[in-house]
Design a protein around this ligand. Structure first.
Ligand code: FEO
Ligand code: CA
Ligand code: CA
Length: 689
């Protein structure tokens, strides 16, 4: 297995956090090239709440109730959800007892293709430009139009989820996070010179898609349905009408000239991570929405601190940028419509089985650069949603509903995410501060670990933050969390719960800006360019709890380097990994980890790795697949029968241009972000040899 480890580090790109400069420009609006927007005086070292250590019961917090957690998680699986949705064709509530990851690992590489293990096959299921809505035209790269793009599969696929209809048919939901105009349009320079039609095409290529897919025979292979009614197929874009719901809906901060009610908004932007609900809807997370707005210098002075806290420039020349949506719709100009930015940055709930129903932006879940929306039922069957805010030094959040989930009652379940309590996480290490020196060296107790607390910010009726109303907490969530001493994290990305144990895992992708004097035990490495993964165990394994214990299960990098840690596993037998981003579990409880940044940090293509997190192989990380040149590995989604992994190679060839492509995947001409299915050719569960 040592073949899985790159023994040389290739010359690295001039990037921060392992990401290409082009990704920075198009995806995040160069977020890492600006000061981190969190200028609060929150402590970096989280031991200010040592009282939590002595709380009764914390020592038992590691206790696991497998029955409850497995039930909770399996009910979060649409395959077992209510009427009209999925009908399980597989698995019950209990995870498979044996997890075999004996496949032959894929070698790290720089090949312009998807590489899968021996005995596996893959196919592109759907790619940018493919017709989605019946009647959509075939893709014509040289003659694109916004009208066509609104009916075709969008750009830069990110979160992928799968909703079975029956054993042979399913829906895929796919986020379209952002656009790479450098790869979409010949001769593109920036948004200020772009044709207005190009800008409209970009707006139509954002959002998400619902597409119907069908199984090939009884295998793990799935393909796009290209003929027939396909009643659920749907495109959501940057202009699709949607509702704002929850306690902040209608607040003056959400009202604009076009929407005096503060309850109706057009479009969603930069949807990155997501999750699925037990009642069969998708939650999709608006992330770097800040970059779509200009004119912050002309916004009212009193709005500027909050704009800055969300990374929106409020001085200088703000009218530069890649997209300039304001040139086709002035609501993106904050000097004219300063509240429009407050209407983005939410978790959006969409029912893939109700194509005519408007998406809902759930204000109760707060406003930030959302990543992940992973639901786990509490022991009393309320709904907990775990969420990250992907920015250097930003926070991890949890929402817990007031009401209980009712299987089969769609009308009731549609209200669950509109009232509850929003919390932010504070982590407290259990080792002396002088043993957390920023080098990655483990402290004397052998672990980066400790206790934590979910600090309430507000519920639907009350704010718990001085100086903030409920609506202000929900709209200016970052500022509210600053005020209660949340722990500044290394860019929280995806969060997922193990179906086998109920433990919750958070990918912290990297933070090369963390200085040695800013480390804490939960973010223990200075200049953390490779990232790490936290394991959270809720008190009594109940996602309704307000306290937890935690441990760092993986400190990423090259395993030959002393600052890496693979849960104590033999590092001569593991793969290198950098910049963990999207994660997923199979039914056995193996953690699948997709990366975004290996080209810049390890000199190899991004990948899908998999690692057991329980048993004697805990920490044995192996590489399952690699993605084409310049792509990050999005998805992943493992089907409920464990027979298929969907991945979404995003921005292949991102450093190129139309004239000089650096990738021609998947078709040999120009790069196209796509969703790929991977399956075992003999029908075994993914991960098998
Ligand atoms: Fe879009 Fe934080 O990744
Ligand atoms: Ca410790
Ligand atoms: Ca992500």
């Amino acid at each position: 297995m040592t073949e899985n480890v790159p023994r040389r580090l290739l010359p690295l790109l001039g990037v921060r956090g392992g990401r290409s400069r082009v990704t920075c420009r198009f995806r995040c609006g160069d977020a890492c090239y600006h000061e981190a927007p969190n200028t609060s005086s929150n402590p970096y070292f989280g031991d200010i709440y040592t009282a939590v250590l002595s709380r009764r019961g914390m020592l038992q917090a590691g206790a696991v109730s497998i029955g409850i957690s497995a039930l909770a998680v399996s009910e979060a699986d649409p395959a077992l959800a209510g009427p009209g949705h999925a009908h399980g064709h597989h698995g019950g509530p209990h995870p498979h007892p044996h997890s075999r990851l004996d496949f032959t690992p894929v070698r790290p590489n720089t090949d312009d293709t998807v590489t899968v293990p021996r005995n596996y096959a893959h196919r592109v299921v759907v790619r940018w430009g493919d017709p989605v809505v019946p009647g959509a035209p075939e893709f014509d790269f040289a003659n694109q139009s916004a009208e066509a793009q609104e009916k075709q599969f969008g750009y830069n696929c990110d979160y992928v989820s799968f909703f079975p209809i029956d054993s042979r048919r399913a829906l895929l939901w796919v986020n379209h996070e952002y656009t790479n105009e450098n790869l979409m349009f010949a001769g593109y320079t920036d948004g200020s010179t772009a044709d207005l039609e190009q800008i409209k095409i970009s707006m139509a290529a954002h959002g998400g898609s619902v597409v119907e897919i069908e199984r090939v025979g009884t295998t793990g292979e799935w393909r796009l349905v290209t003929k027939g009614r396909r009643p659920y197929n749907r495109r959501i874009t940057a202009t699709t009408p949607m509702k704002l719901t929850g306690p902040a809906a209608g607040h003056p901060l959400l009202r604009t000239a076009a929407d005096p009610s503060g309850t109706r908004v057009l479009g969603m932007l930069n949807n990155c991570g997501g999750g699925i609900t037990p009642w069969g809807t998708v939650l999709t997370a608006e992330e770097n929405f800040n970059q779509y707005f200009v004119g912050g210098e002309g916004a009212p002075e009193e709005t500027k601190p909050a704009l800055r806290r969300y990374g929106i420039a409020t001085s200088g020349d703000t009218r530069r940028g890649n997209r300039r949506f304001d040139r086709v719709d002035e609501r993106f100009d904050l000097s004219k419509h300063p509240n429009e930015a407050n209407r983005f940055g939410y978790i959006v709930e969409i029912d893939p089985f109700h194509p005519h129903e408007q998406p809902r932006k759930r204000t109760m879940l707060g406003r930030f650069k959302h990543e992940a929306a992973t639901i786990r039922l509490t022991k009393d069957r309320r709904v907990a949603v775990y969420m990250g805010d992907d920015e250097r030094f930003d926070y991890i959040y949890k929402f817990v509903s007031d009401k209980k989930y009712r299987p089969g009652s769609r009308r009731h379940n549609d209200t669950l995410l509109d009232s509850g309590t929003l919390y932010v996480a504070r982590f407290t290490g259990n080792s002396p501060a002088d043993q957390i020196d920023g080098s990655g060296r483990l402290p004397d107790d052998g672990a980066f670990d400790g206790t934590g607390e979910w600090i309430p910010l507000c519920d639907a009726q009350r704010s718990y933050v001085d100086g903030f109303t409920v609506a202000e907490v929900l709209i200016h969530t970052r500022l509210a969390a600053d005020a209660v001493g949340a722990t500044k994290m290394d860019r929280p990305e995806d969060i997922e719960a193990s179906p086998a144990t109920g433990k919750v895992y958070c990918a912290l992708t990297n933070n090369s800006a963390r200085r040695p004097d800013q480390v804490d035990e939960a973010n223990p490495r200075a200049a953390n360019k490779y990232g790490h993964i936290l394991e959270i165990t809720e008190h009594r394994n109940d996602s309704g709890a307000t306290t937890f214990t935690w441990t760092v299960v993986l400190v990423c990098g090259n395993p030959e380097d002393p600052d890496t840690y693979y849960a104590g596993y033999d590092k001569s037998k593991v793969a290198a990994i950098s910049s963990p981003d999207n994660i997923a579990f199979d039914k056995s409880g193996n953690l699948w980890i997709a990366t975004d940044g290996q080209p810049g940090t390890l000199g190899v293509n991004d990948a899908l790795h998999v690692m057991p997190v329980k048993g004697r192989h805990r920490g044995e990380l192996k590489t399952f697949a690699t993605v084409p040149v310049g792509a990050e590995c999005c998805g992943p989604f493992i089907t409920p029968d464990d027979k298929t992994v969907f991945i979404a190679p995003q921005h292949p060839g991102e450093d190129g241009t139309v004239e000089n492509p650096t990738s021609t995947w998947p078709d040999g001409d120009f790069p196209r972000p796509s969703v790929v299915a991977i399956w075992h050719t003999r029908g075994k569960k993914v991960g098998s040899a």
